[in-house]
Design a protein around this ligand. Structure first.
Ligand code: GLN
Length: 233
């Protein structure tokens, strides 16, 4: 079984996209963040080492499908489309998409995104919201500019190439904290989302291992401690 194999190998593989502070990001050479702390607890529980694959966000579900990884911890929203391809753990964080603009921008609410050029991270729920293929969103942006890294979208916003960035609220807060003179995060919450850890479809054993750890981290208060640590960082 998957867990027997992990124990025999002596390591468990987790895939992520380390461009999403505070959930996963690089501190020098080291990848750190909320998801890394949770993943280390999962490895500890299995009695093995943690191996991290750092890949593009939009290839994470493929990593699971092709057997390249045991789980994905990437601030990933448990959404219905993804559930066709992967199984999700219990959720561990409530999030929403939010808007970042330049200070003094005419964009003050989500309605003001209409007709604007908006930067998103490729393949994320922010991309889905802005692109609005189903025509259900309440904004009709002029164009969605897709980036592999949130930080590149922020750079284009500062350069004036795009009018706003739509990204998850906690990373948005971190970007604004780093550029307080130039950027603002609007109060509008565009979506209601919950993060979960993804495992290969049908891997009930891995799913149980992940859920056991999440439930322990929640009941002991450790999960809140981890989140608070990165709020302050
Ligand atoms: N929560 C968003 C999603 O799941 C973005 C995640 C990320 O960029 N790491 O699509």
């Amino acid at each position: 079984t998957s867990v027997d194999k992990i124990k025999a190998n002596g390591f468990v593989t987790m895939s992520t996209n380390a461009e999403f502070e505070p959930f996963e990001y690089k501190d020098g050479e080291e990848i750190v963040g909320i998801d890394i702390d949770i993943s280390n607890k999962i490895a500890e529980k299995l009695g093995v080492k943690l191996k991290i694959n750092d890949v593009a966000f939009d290839s994470l579900t493929t990593e699971l499908k092709t057997g390249k990884t045991n789980f994905v911890a990437a601030g990933m929203t448990a959404d219905e489309d993804r559930k066709k391809n992967v199984d999700f753990s219990d959720t561990y964080f409530d999030a929403s998409q939010s808007i970042i603009t330049l200070k003094g921008s005419p964009i003050k609410t989500r309605a003001d995104l209409t007709g604007k050029k908006v930067g998103v991270q490729q393949g994320t729920t922010g991309d889905t919201y802005c692109t609005d293929e189903k025509g259900t969103s309440d904004v009709k942006v002029a164009s969605t500019e897709r980036y592999n890294k949130g930080v590149d979208a922020i750079a284009d916003l500062i350069n004036g190439k795009i009018d706003a960035v739509v990204i998850d609220d906690f990373p948005a807060k971190k970007f604004v904290e780093k550029n307080p003179d130039k950027l603002v995060k609007l109060d509008d919450a565009l979506t209601v989302e919950k993060y979960a850890i993804a495992v290969p479809k049908g891997d009930t054993e891995m799913l149980k291992a992940v859920n056991d750890v999440l439930s322990e981290l929640k009941s002991s208060g450790e999960l809140n401690k981890i989140i608070d640590k990165y709020k302050a960082a």
